[in-house]
Design a protein around this ligand. Structure first.
Ligand SMILES: Nc1ncnc2c1ncn2[C@@H]1O[C@H](COP(=O)(O)OP(=O)(O)O)[C@@H](O)[C@H]1O
Ligand SMILES: [Mg+2]
Length: 234
């Protein structure tokens, strides 16, 4: 579905991604784990076309993303839920959700999608008139994911959805990611929470200073000595 091939990317003269190869097959949850600064967000920004790579390629269902602008990428079915949530603080929950269905193809499904995300996140329904900026961190993360789903993604890009959340909420968010995947959405997740994210992943990549150093099934990486030492404190 998504095919990243020998991608190189620099911010100015600082190279951040080095010959990055990564694939996501339809129906999978694929995770990129890595420390702060490894290049996880930059990888997602390249897929969304928010930044432009220097060499290599990214294709989505065979289409060359180099030929597309960010809004076209969304129309094609790739939706990014950015790091730090970035909801609209002065808008209510419901208004935030409606903003998520701004693309033409998602507009006819707006009401059905609101029902669908309220089923996933009953907390949001209870708070539909509350201003986004007054919600707790966990609720804002729920809202950010729900808003992403409003655009009918085929592939959802989740940038550190568990960051800064209490353990119970972290578990809830990872359960929700699995549920979204079961409902037919392919997931590309980037995370520093290595244990929880590998647990739910079909496959994963370990990124270190912009290079893939290891890839495999989530459960195999959980048992890998390097992963255990570098990320799990074992
Ligand atoms: N807008 C930017 N301009 C310059 N350097 C950046 C920018 N964004 C990120 N970087 C640098 O690129 C590297 C990778 O960052 P990032 O992709 O955000 O890592 P991660 O998401 O894995 O924490 C870091 O060294 C970071 O400082
Ligand atoms: Mg990041």
């Amino acid at each position: 579905m998504l095919n990243i091939d020998k991608l190189n990317f620099s911010y100015g003269d600082m190279q951040v991604l080095w010959d990055l190869d990564l694939t996501v097959n339809e129906g999978e949850i694929v995770t990129v784990v890595g420390a702060n600064g490894a290049g996880k967000s930059t990888t997602l920004k390249n897929v969304s076309r928010l930044v432009k790579w220097t060499s290599g390629s990214i294709t989505f269902n065979g289409a060359d993303l180099a030929k597309h602008e960010p809004h076209e990428v969304v129309e094609m079915g790739i939706v990014q839920v950015p790091e730090g949530r970035k909801i609209f603080p002065e808008m209510t929950v419901l208004e935030n959700l409606r903003m998520g269905s701004f693309i033409k193809s998602a507009r006819p499904d707006r009401d059905a999608n609101i029902d669908r995300v309220f089923q996933l996140f009953p907390r949001l329904k209870e708070r539909e008139k509350q201003l986004g900026g007054t919600m707790s961190g966990g609720e804002q993360q729920m809202l950010a994911i729900a808003r992403g789903l409003m655009a009918n993604p085929k592939l959802i890009l989740l940038d550190e959805p568990s960051l800064g959340l209490a353990p119970l909420l972290v578990k809830f968010i990872f359960d929700i990611i699995q549920e979204i995947n079961k409902q037919g959405v392919t997931v590309l997740l980037v995370e520093q929470n290595v244990y929880q994210s590998l647990r739910i992943s079909h496959r994963a990549y370990v990124l270190e200073t912009g290079r893939v150093v290891l890839t495999g099934k989530g459960e195999d990486l959980l048992n890998d000595d390097h992963v255990k030492k570098a990320f799990l404190g074992m």
